[in-house]
Design a protein around this ligand. Structure first.
Ligand code: NDP
Length: 480
């Protein structure tokens, strides 16, 4: 079991300088006596200085050839890889996920840096014929300027990296605001980028609360674009403020993801897929399975198989061997999870697995049955390891219930019937469809995003298309 021997001092990065004195602390959610970080807390003046630095750095960074920008990302990937063990323990300690999950997340960050490092060679436009003789048209993707990146706590290094890498390779300068409760991983990432040769001011990081630092960034007229991942409530407010001043806004928000299980499926396979989606990452994933929608012919055997699975998912310290589910991230998230247990019971659902706090922040893997599609536990994002089982008559009703949601991020189906699977893929109102795979877990080269309240819906993240949000097209007419 590793511990963070001395707390990491987390500072702001402004114009290439690490500044600020510690004013707040972050404790390990699995070990409340372990202080993981002591951090500087920023305000409007830090945002102002960071945006100024980014604005000043932008012209030089924009003129740096894109392959050279990409080479810095490649070098940062190498440096992060060298620090993988340390970064994973820090991530595990600040967020609580298991060491295996944290190591996977740091690996994902290095892969993303490499992927977008390569994109530096591939940012391309078109050549078009013109109606005017001796004229050619070319289109070119240009960076936007200063962009603000606002990120949540549940993937403290992967989400910042998947925003930062396309933003930087496209030639933008950045001001980043990590979630206040998980600031360490972004500092590690920023250190790697700095050491890799990123010029001062191209990346700035301001720590602090969303209502102060985040909002100041969103309101700053010099910020050309805002990419946000977090709750739908905050995202809509950011959109209201940012869009009103014509800033480009990208929102990745909540989910109430459904996994449909049809009668022909193997209940054990389906239970494993549901458990992976619902309980891994302590259910604290935007793509987590929170509704399992099944037909009557498999309902009982599926619930029995889920019950068997639950034994392997008992929560523990994420750094202990064999633990598959870490603690809940914070006291307030724990309260939310517990409130939804009371809500489910009072709505008439039956709590068949878990629902209790094992100790401290350790919340048991949980299953409700007898859930009606209109209940709050079937409609509201809980963000904990809670699966609501909804019984439906057939695939038609399964798809209708899947779509009866304000959200539309990820949706899955477990079946061997290709026709039903492809019908689900066609008709599910979601951005990501998983057939015989958990609703969680996405590849870095595939576009990611949702519909309805889950995403702003205009630009996708991840994959080559992620660069589109961070660029605009210019059409150039050339007379010869
Ligand atoms: P929040 O919306 O509370 O916070 C997200 C970020 O926004 C944090 O950095 C937060 O700061 C900041 N913020 C809060 N208020 C404001 C504001 N008024 N102006 C600007 N920024 C602000 O979400 P959580 O961190 O609690 O993350 C959980 C949510 O994120 C879930 O709903 C989940 O579904 C969603 N999510 C979506 C993903 C997706 O890709 N669709 C992926 C991962 C999570 P701070 O908290 O530091 O005060």
């Amino acid at each position: 079991m590793s511990a963070v021997a001395t707390p990491v001092v987390v500072k702001h990065l402004i114009d290439g300088e690490w500044t600020g004195d510690p004013e707040a602390e972050r404790r390990n959610p699995a070990r409340q006596d372990e202080v993981v970080a002591e951090l500087a807390v920023g305000g409007a003046s830090h945002v102002d200085a960071a945006v100024s630095a980014a604005a000043q750095a932008f012209p030089g960074w924009r003129k740096t050839p894109a392959p050279a920008r990409g080479a810095i990302l490649m070098r940062a990937a190498e440096l992060l890889e060298q620090r993988k063990g340390e970064a994973a323990v820090l991530l595990c300690s600040e967020e609580g996920k298991t060491l295996a999950e944290a190591t996977g997340e740091v690996t994902r960050a290095t892969d993303i840096l490499r992927f977008f490092g390569g994109e530096g060679w591939r940012i391309k436009g078109d050549a078009l014929p013109s109606a005017v003789p001796s004229t050619e048209i070319i289109t070119r993707k240009e960076p936007l300027g200063v962009v603000a990146l606002i990120t949540p706590w549940n993937f403290p290094i992967a989400i910042p990296t998947w925003k930062l890498a396309p933003a930087l390779v496209a030639g933008n300068s950045v001001v980043m605001k990590p979630a206040a409760i998980t600031p360490v991983s972004v500092q590690v990432l920023a250190e790697c980028l700095q050491e890799a040769g990123l010029p001062p001011g191209v990346l700035n990081v301001v720590n602090g609360s969303g209502s102060v630092v985040g909002e100041a960034l969103v309101r700053d007229e010099r910020v050309a674009a805002i990419s946000f991942t977090g709750s739908s409530e905050v995202g809509l407010e950011i959109n209201r403020i940012g869009s009103a001043r014509l800033a480009r806004v990208q929102l990745e928000m909540g989910g109430k993801n459904a996994l449909v299980v049809l009668g022909d499926a193997d209940p054990k396979v389906a239970a494993t897929v549901a458990a992976m989606g619902g309980w891994a990452l302590t259910g604290q994933a935007c793509t987590a399975t929170s509704r399992v929608i099944c037909t009557p012919d498999i309902h009982d055997s599926l619930v029995t198989a889920l019950s068997d699975e639950a034994g392997g998912w008992q929560p523990g310290d994420g750094q202990d061997d064999g633990v598959k589910m870490g603690p809940v991230v914070s006291e307030s998230q724990l309260r939310t999870d517990l409130e939804y247990i009371d809500t489910g019971k009072s709505e008439g659902a039956e709590l068949v697995i878990g629902g209790a706090v094992a100790s401290n922040h350790l919340f048991q893997p949980t299953v409700f049955t007898g859930v009606g599609p209109g209940m709050r536990i079937a409609t509201e994002e809980i963000f904990g390891p809670v699966i609501s089982v909804i019984e439906v008559a057939d695939v038609d009703e399964a798809i209708a219930v899947t779509n009866d949601s304000a959200y539309g991020l990820s949706g899955g189906i477990v079946t061997n019937d290709l026709r039903s699977a492809m019908r689900f893929a066609d008709e599910a109102e979601v951005g990501v469809v998983k057939i015989n795979r958990p609703t969680t877990g996405v590849d870095l080269n595939a576009p990611f995003g949702g519909v309805k309240l889950s995403s702003s819906g205009t630009f996708r993240e991840q994959g080559s298309v992620a660069v589109d949000f961070y660029t605009r097209l210019k059409s150039i007419y050339i007379g010869t």
